[in-house]
Design a binder for this molecule. Structure first.
Ligand code: HXC
Length: 518
């Protein structure tokens, strides 16, 4: 007996939902991974997901492919909500041809990306794919390029988040690479342009998949991945939290949450955290957590370039981006990795109307041939450029050192920070006392050394220099610092300034685009 139209629909739906079939799903689960649909269920609000293109199939007839068709063709696409806010997504299904990308599979992703861009909602891509569908050749490569092109069009317009949940190899890595955030799962996800076998053939290096492109590698060494989660469930919970900090698009404001932390609360811990001796390290996170709402800090890129800390927080219920030099790591100096990490974060905040608060404690740029040969000049310039072009409210607190070029770069008044504060112990100068004295008083130092009075002469010169330059008052005298504040007042002052700056309007000169040093 033939099926009724309703029965046919149900049958089609069941087939689509079975992906590559029960056996492949079992194998997939055994490898420690959730299916494409299980992942969606954990990511979006229950019952909110609306699937599109459920019955799309590939068009390939070569290699017996016409005999192997799966409804949906290895990717589930659609839209739903996260904590009540709209998102579009796609989730690759590894049980169908290893989640590989065919022309039809790519068209589904492109359709949902177009919809996200048209409607101004974020797009979240869940990647678990063997890459280009080998049987489809150039049609698959074209499909990738269509996705890349859309990633670029959407950049700075809607948040794009890539969740890597399995393999992501070859040119396929370039879609996540263009998006705003890449998150990976420990042990089951990996990304590389060329895999271990090709590397062995070409360079004779032996490396495992995990060492080459696992979550730890990309979070700590390459900086490709911004957030690592212990498992898939933790990832979906984490991404839901991240989404709560972000606006839906570049014309939207980030969600405002009810704040129970008083706006005029005094910061009780900063005085205890800042060491008496200016060369002693401390953890800038303690300062940040004392200032922000309920100490709730979502750190991004935690394991990479640990000499700078970046992440999202709220002040009086509103999202802010935080950048802070980290004296507990490499004395908080700026190097290539820290400059690139912070520059990318500053540009993200600026693109999506998120005010930036910068905590400065920086002894300067890291010296050395490794840095110079690596291009610290152009990479350091990225951070300078990012801060200078940002038109969102920019607030700066100098907690201790602000030396040399790094003073200028770290959201100084001169590159148009709106409000610049400093603590009474702040040291703002061209360089630290020891370096300065070696240059300014070379003859006196040499003479003192000969006379066996080096320590006492040096101590007097250092004290004199510190009194003259290593304090915030010269900068305050010139108006480069708006106010020298007691550390306990930090939260109050920043919230007052943020409130004023809500009305900030600044327009950059008209141009096609700037030429950031890449
Ligand atoms: C078609 C593929 C496929 C692919 C996997 N499959 N990759 N089908 N095209 N690229 C199929 C397998 O035939 C198998 O089908 C199923 O997916 C699961 O694959 P397995 O090999 O059994 O799984 P596993 O052992 O877990 O290994 C996963 C893998 C491996 C590491 C991803 O399959 C693999 O190396 N695949 C090829 C990867 C690759 O070289 N891709 C091209 C990269 S270049 P059955 O029917 O048995 O279930 C590229 C260029 C992009 O992507 C350029 C963009 C510009």
């Amino acid at each position: 007996m033939s099926k009724t139209p309703l029965e046919t629909l149900k049958h089609h739906e069941q087939l689509a939902e079975l992906g590559g079939g029960a056996d492949r799903i079992q194998k997939h689960h055994q490898s420690g991974k959730l299916t494409a649909r299980e992942r969606i269920d954990l990511l979006v609000d229950p019952g909110s997901f609306v699937e599109m293109d459920k019955f799309v199939t590939h068009r390939c007839t070569d290699f017996g492919m016409d005999q192997q068709k799966f409804l949906g063709d290895g990717v589930v696409t659609g839209y739903g909500t996260i904590n009540g806010r709209k998102i579009c997504l796609y989730s690759q299904d590894f049980t169908v041809f290893g989640g590989s990308l065919s022309g039809a599979h790519a068209s589904k992703i492109c359709k949902v990306m177009d919809l996200a861009l048209k409607t101004g909602v974020p797009v979240i891509g869940l990647s678990d794919s063997g890459g280009a569908r080998i049987q489809e050749g150039v049609e698959s490569l074209g499909g990738y390029a269509e996705i890349f092109w859309r990633n670029v069009q959407a950049s700075g317009v809607i948040p794009q988040i890539s969740l890597i949940l399995g393999p992501c190899a070859g040119g396929a890595v370039y879609s996540p690479a263009i998006t705003d955030f890449i998150a990976m799962v420990e042990n089951t996800s990996y990304m590389f342009v060329t895999g271990p076998d090709v590397i062995k053939t070409v360079t004779h290096e032996e490396v495992t998949k995990e060492d080459l492109g696992g979550a730890e590698t990309h979070a700590e060494k390459s900086g490709v991945c911004q957030i690592v989660y212990a498992d898939e469930r933790a990832m979906f919970e984490g991404v839901r939290r991240l989404m709560d900090f972000l606006p839906l698009n570049n014309l939207d404001q980030a969600p405002v949450v009810k704040c129970t932390d008083p706006a005029d609360r005094l910061c009780a811990n900063i005085d205890k955290i800042l060491p008496d001796v200016s060369i002693k390290p401390y953890d800038i996170r303690g300062v940040i957590e004392d200032v922000i709402d309920q100490g709730d800090f979502l750190e991004i890129h935690k394991s990479y370039a640990q000499n700078i800390v970046v992440g999202f927080a709220r002040m009086n219920g509103k999202t802010v981006g935080i950048v802070g030099n980290q004296p507990a790591h490499l004395a908080g100096c700026l190097d290539i990795a820290a400059s690139v990490k912070a520059a990318r974060f500053v540009r993200y905040c600026d693109a999506f109307n998120i005010p930036i608060i910068t905590f400065v404690d920086v002894p300067g740029f890291l010296p050395g041939t490794k840095q110079e040969y690596g291009g610290i000049i152009k990479h350091g310039a990225k951070l300078l450029y990012a801060y200078a072009e940002a038109t969102v409210p920019k607030l700066t607190v100098i907690t201790r050192k602000a030396y040399g070029g790094a003073y200028d770069v770290m959201a100084s008044k001169h590159i148009r920070a709106d409000v610049n504060l400093a603590y009474p112990d702040a040291e703002i100068a061209v360089m630290g006392p020891d370096g300065a004295i070696n240059i300014l008083y070379r003859k006196e130092v040499l003479a003192a050394e000969k006379a066996g009075k080096l320590d006492s002469v040096r101590a007097a010169l250092v004290a004199d220099y510190k009194e003259k330059f290593a304090n915030p008052y010269k900068a305050a005298e010139l108006g480069y610092i708006d106010e020298v504040i007691e550390p306990k007042m930090t939260r109050t002052r920043l919230i007052q300034a943020l409130s004023l700056l809500e009305g900030k309007r600044e327009t950059a000169p008209k141009r096609k685009h700037g030429n950031i040093p890449l």
